[in-house]
Design a binder for this molecule. Structure first.
Ligand code: FEO
Length: 397
């Protein structure tokens, strides 16, 4: 016996995925609590598997499927999202199961054929199309660019289960299957971190999708994502959180991201933070990059109104961790931020100017010329840092 069991999530739907307790890096995102790859089995006249798992976890998925039904009884496989964490096991699953049909969106068919070198003919489904499973039906909802061109949702109206692939997910390995079984603070933190690191660039599309789903009158009693726990209570809470994050509204919070060589840039950062937090109702988060991962910076920036970035100059440029985090943040396309560059230097002093350029390229509204300090910030420079902090706070209020 494997010890792997399918877990029931509604009358005819079972979770048959895998838990990855060990993963710590997801293409640059620190997954400090691991993750899961969720696959779902619908027991209907046409037995249907929704998504698969990352390749190394195929035996866990098959063991869970086998606890409910012999895998070769599966008639249909649906791929909601082509990324390898959900399709790494697809080719081998098709070989073992020999299903009647495999469905994906039009882009999904193209992507899967390329990625997996599939010889099996896939069937493309269109937005709004219905698929009969005999005694039940599934509806497909295209969610292009959330977060890949192929992405789609599948919805089981008779049990009001929405299979949402990456959306509404989080990287969280747990022995609990449902979101309401998990500590709320951890749940909110991991859901927000996931949004900030995966979905933020597509926020305008998230808003459109939420509006569209509301207009369709689609009501879900269960949201079954491809990562992390399943939502079966307080669904409005997660839907409203998505609407809030996607709106990119900001509050009086400044994120001060910096790296320092011998402490001078850190002293400047501390004084800017003092100026901000001296102003009632404003908060400053000091994020020193040798202690804070880039994906934590993305989390802290979600909802913050200011991005303040400092670096010492090394070899005529910014310190490497600043280049790393700024490249990462630029890709996430945060909106509605004001910003400020600062940093110390020994002789040439290019780093603050380079940061300013990066902020401009990110469409951050830069307040002033960079604040710079040669070797060690003198009192007048520290006063300028405090004043800049106050100015940032006034703008944020
Ligand atoms: Fe979980 Fe976009 O794959």
């Amino acid at each position: 016996m494997s010890g792997y069991q399918a877990l029931k999530i509604s009358d005819s739907v079972y979770w048959v995925g895998a838990v990855d307790w060990n993963i710590r890096d997801f293409h640059g995102y620190l997954t400090k609590r691991g993750s899961s790859y969720n696959a779902y089995l619908i027991i209907a006249d046409k037995i249907t598997l929704i998504d698969t798992v990352k390749a190394p976890f195929i035996e866990e998925m098959f063991a869970r499927i086998s606890s409910v039904v012999a895998p070769d009884k599966i008639d249909y496989i649906i791929s909601n999202h082509s990324e390898i964490d959900h399709t790494g096991a697809l080719k081998e699953t098709i070989r073992r199961v020999n299903p009647e049909k495999v469905f994906a969106s039009k882009m999904g068919v193209a992507t899967l054929s390329d990625l997996l070198s599939l010889e099996y003919p896939l069937t493309a489904v269109a937005d709004g199309e219905t698929l009969s499973l005999g005694n039940k039906e599934l509806v497909f909802i295209e969610t292009k660019m959330l977060h890949w061109p192929d992405s789609m949702f599948s919805y089981l109206p008779c049990e009001k289960v929405l299979f949402s692939q990456d959306a509404f997910g989080m990287h969280l390995a747990s022995s609990f299957l449902f979101a309401d079984e998990i500590e709320p603070a951890i749940l909110e933190y991991e859901a927000a971190t996931y949004y900030a690191n995966i979905l933020l660039p597509y926020s305008p599309l998230v808003l459109k999708l939420l509006d569209r789903v509301t207009k369709m009158g689609l009501v879900a009693h269960v949201i079954a994502p491809d990562h992390g726990p399943i939502w079966r209570k307080n669904l409005n809470m997660v839907l409203e959180k998505y609407r809030y994050w996607a709106s990119q509204n900001v509050h009086p919070k400044a994120v001060i991201v910096y790296d320092t060589m011998w402490g001078s840039t850190e002293t400047m950062a501390r004084h800017i933070a003092l100026g901000i937090s001296d102003t009632s109702g404003c908060e400053a988060r000091l994020l020193r990059l040798d202690a804070v991962h880039r994906s934590e910076v993305a989390y802290e920036l979600l909802g913050a109104g200011a991005l303040v970035v400092g670096s010492a100059t090394l070899n005529n440029n910014v310190l490497p961790r600043i280049a790393d985090v700024m490249t990462y943040l630029k890709g996430l396309r945060p909106l509605n931020k004001i910003g400020q560059a600062f940093g110390s230097y020994g002789w040439s002093g290019e780093a603050p100017q380079n940061i300013q350029q990066m902020l401009v390229e990110m469409k951050v509204a830069v307040l002033d010329d960079p604040i710079t300090a040669k070797h060690k910030p003198a009192e007048d420079i520290l006063e300028a840092c405090v004043l800049t902090g106050k100015k940032i706070a006034q703008k944020l209020k």
